[in-house]
Design a protein around this ligand. Sequence first.
Ligand code: FES
Length: 61
Amino acid sequence: MYACICHGVQDHEVHDCIRAGAHTEEAIGDACDAGTGCGNCHERLADMIESYFANESVPAA
Ligand code: FES
């Protein structure tokens, strides 16, 4: 699935960027161009960052 249609960036690529240290929408844009076009995907990118940290910081219950 594409996370960013404008740049054809797939969600797993965005996840790789987040895991590599891109923890803001701007950093993701710098890392893989996602979010640097029309901006429609910003909410999706923010959700991906949020769920990354949710999964990181909350111990599996
Ligand atoms: S869909 Fe990501 S910038 Fe347009």
